[in-house]
Unconditional design. Structure first.
Length: 455
């Protein structure tokens, strides 16, 4: 049975059949009308009224009841026609397929068998009565032979429609089972996919943290290397001064010191002191810059600050990487540009961009240069970060901000550095970033964000 056919479709089909029958009966009524009280006119009027029963039932969503009543009334109409007027003519074969189809689609199979038996009995009875002249229909030869012939055609039509309806019902049932199985498979795959997405998000967060720690590790290594030079010079100068002081002390205890030796010691002390002081000051400045960056990376609140000095402090912390790559870094930014944003996010963005250029852009480039041009356009800040490196292929430019995409995976790259840049610009700075080729060579990252983030 067509249980899964939408209710609205069932109602629509039954109402269409109702109005089709009513129009036919109305036409017959107008054509044959002679006297309001003529038996045939009364019969047509009666059936016009009876057909409103299934109409009212279907309006109340009683589909099976409406279909069964429609079948019963249509069968009575058919039998009334063949008994009253036409005998064993084509009306039986023309109307009964409609009854059979509706019984299979929306009605009761049991009712179909009952209606079939009633029609068979009526066909045989009409043939016998017409054969023996008890009743006379046109054509007059519509006797037992006509009844048998009509019955054969009637049975064939009913059998064919029954088989067709059964096959169609089975096909629909199989389709519903397949659909249910498909929905179960989709639900199962959806759950698996949700689990995979959760696992992927966890892995993403872990790799994100790993990338941040790796960036911090490279920063610490660079700072350590940079500090080691002035501290080493200061230690060497202090050791040399200590040796000279011990020699002077020994000569004083022996009473053999000369004025020229004392003057030479004083000059050595002054030079060593200047050397120690300048190198320790350099180390102190580096440590101060590193402390500022640590504060920036841990700060989660927004603040109002001048952009240029903050950018210079950030760049100073990655100076070892810049020097190692032999890159010249140029900043163009007005001293008066102020922004209200998260300094830590800005620091992470610049560090990742500079590290990305130093690692990827300059394998064998002479006069390697990074430029950072900052402009204010009304209430928006525009940063054009560019380098004159080897540039990007179309594939790399298209995927550079995707998580886990890297061209240096075999050298420890995780593919999250530029993804972190993208997320920080979009989510924290509430801005945008675009990448394009820099002619004649290199890459440009165009960054735009509001001067003041909403509090």
């Amino acid at each position: 049975m067509f249980r899964d056919v939408p209710l609205a479709n069932k109602k629509k089909r039954i109402i269409e059949v109702f109005w089709g029958i009513q129009i036919c009966l109305g036409v017959i009524f107008l054509i044959t009308f002679n006297d309001l009280y003529e038996p045939f006119t009364l019969l047509i009027t009666l059936f016009i009224g009876l057909f409103f029963i299934p109409f009212l039932l279907v309006k109340n969503n009683k589909i099976v009841g409406a279909t069964n009543s429609l079948i019963i009334i249509a069968t009575l109409l058919m039998l009334s026609f063949v008994w009253q007027n036409s005998g064993l003519n084509d009306e039986v074969m023309l109307l009964f397929p409609l009854i059979t189809a509706f019984s299979i689609l929306f009605g009761s199979r049991k009712l179909l068998r009952i209606v079939f038996a009633i029609v068979v009995i009526n066909i045989i009875l009409l043939g016998v009565l017409n054969e023996y002249g008890i009743i006379q229909h046109t054509p007059p030869e519509g006797g037992i032979l006509t009844a048998i012939f009509t019955l054969i055609i009637f049975v064939l039509i009913t059998f064919t429609l029954g088989k067709f309806g059964t096959d169609l019902s089975n096909a629909l049932e199989n389709l519903n089972q397949h659909q249910n199985k498909l929905e179960e498979n989709v639900a199962e795959r959806t759950k698996e996919l949700e689990v995979k997405i959760i696992e992927l998000n966890i892995a993403h967060k872990q790799l994100n943290e790993a990338e941040k720690m790796a960036s911090l590790g490279r920063l610490v290594a660079g700072i350590s290397h940079e500090i080691n030079t002035p501290v080493g010079v200061a230690v060497t100068a202090a050791s040399h001064l200590q040796v000279k002081t011990q020699e002077l002390e020994k000569r004083i205890s022996q009473g053999s010191i000369k004025k020229s030796e004392l003057e030479q010691f004083i000059e050595t002390s002054i030079q060593s002191s200047l050397l120690i002081n300048s190198n320790l000051q350099r180390a102190a400045d580096l440590i101060g810059d590193f402390k500022n960056l640590a504060v920036l990376n841990t700060a989660s609140r927004r603040s109002l600050f001048l952009l240029k000095p903050v950018m210079e402090e950030i760049i100073a912390t990655v100076q070892p990487a810049i020097q190692e790559a032999k890159v010249q870094l140029i900043i163009h930014c007005k001293d008066t540009i102020e922004v209200f944003h998260d300094q830590g996010a800005l620091a992470q963005i610049l560090i990742n961009l500079i590290n990305n250029s130093c690692i990827h852009a300059f394998p064998s480039i002479q006069n390697a240069t990074i430029k950072i041009d900052v402009n204010q356009n009304g209430s928006d800040i525009s940063i054009a970060y560019s380098d004159n490196g080897i540039g990007l292929t179309d594939e790399v430019a298209e995927k550079i901000f995707e998580p886990f995409y890297t061209t240096k995976r075999n050298k420890g790259g995780t593919g999250l550095g530029m993804n972190i840049v993208y997320n920080l610009i979009k989510q924290t700075l509430l801005g945008s970033i675009k990448v394009k080729k820099n002619k004649p060579s290199g890459t440009i990252f165009q960054i735009n964000f509001p001067q003041k983030a909403p509090e």
